[in-house]
Design a protein around this ligand. Structure first.
Ligand SMILES: C[S@@+](CC[C@H](N)C(=O)[O-])C[C@H]1O[C@@H](n2cnc3c(N)ncnc32)[C@H](O)[C@@H]1O
Length: 259
């Protein structure tokens, strides 16, 4: 497979990736960093995730959202479970000379922050690796009253799409195998209460919404990936299909903590 070029063309980022990453991780790094920064920043602007004092990026991965958040807000904490990704993002923050991002290793299910520390929690494509009930309790705890939550999540249609059509498969990644595993793990989670333990599970949006309501979140909005916007003048790029054969695919949720 032809590797995408990192944009902006930054040899230091290329070197950083080659120092730590191989195969699937390297492909993922190149993919997220080859998307223009403007695309991420516009999506955050459309959500009104700007001008805030403190924002948490939960499950920051290789940090493209953390960097975008740091340009639009005063301070960002990026937390990520995978130590290699934490290392890569920590070095990247130094390379691109951003002094308002702190990168920490830890889990969304057990956030190492004090109660009411953040004005917003942003989490893209992470919560379905966790027991969402536990993660949402933690997010609620660390948010200030009236704080914002943004989640991007996968429902069943996304896994059926991967099973049938495939998505970003390569020598080191078989998307239909991933989807089959996710569907099996979803059954184990919903039928037998088995923890996802870092595997993916499909989470229908109505489950997330119901949990957010139980916690007392308000103004809950659900939309297809990239389609929730507070500003219709900003053109948004959606990254994933909203549904597949009538099954809910990738969606996003936006809400505010009760104040
Ligand atoms: C699909 S990636 C998304 C990364 C990033 N948010 C993005 O949009 O590119 C999922 C990330 O969640 C991380 N992750 C998985 N379980 C986690 C947990 N319990 N707490 C924090 N991060 C977690 C993975 O290591 C991975 O980097």
């Amino acid at each position: 497979m032809q590797m995408k070029k990192i944009n902006p063309a930054n040899q230091d980022l290329d070197l950083l990736a080659s120092k730590y990453l191989i195969e699937r991780d390297r492909e993922f790094f190149n993919r997220v960093w080859s998307t223009p920064a403007q695309v991420y920043e516009d999506r955050l602007r459309a959500l009104g995730m700007t001008g805030l004092e403190s924002v948490l990026d939960a499950g920051s991965g290789f940090g493209q959202w953390s960097v975008a958040l740091s340009k639009l807000n005063q301070r960002v904490n990026a937390i990520e479970l995978d130590p290699t990704r934490v290392q890569v993002l920590s070095e990247m923050v130094q390379i691109i000379d951003l002094d308002n991002i702190s990168v920490e290793q830890g889990s969304m299910e057990e956030l190492p922050y004090r109660d009411e520390s953040f004005d917003a929690v942003f989490s893209y494509s992470v919560i379905y690796f966790t027991d969402y009930r536990v993660s949402l309790r933690e997010v609620h705890r660390v948010l200030r009253p009236k704080g914002k939550i943004y989640l991007n999540c996968n429902s069943i249609g996304w896994y059926v799409y991967n099973l049938v059509e495939g998505h970003n498969s390569s020598i080191s990644f078989d998307s239909s195998k991933m989807a089959k595993q996710a569907l099996e793990d979803s059954l184990a989670f919903y039928n037998y209460g088995e923890s996802p333990k870092g595997n993916q599970i499909a989470i229908p949006s109505k489950f997330l919404v119901s949990e957010l309501e139980k916690l007392g979140f308000e103004n809950i909005q659900v939309g297809a990936d990239g389609l929730i916007t507070l500003d219709n003048d900003i053109a948004i790029e959606s990254f994933y299909p909203a549904d597949y054969f009538g099954l809910e695919g990738v969606y996003e949720v936006f809400a505010t903590k009760n104040g």
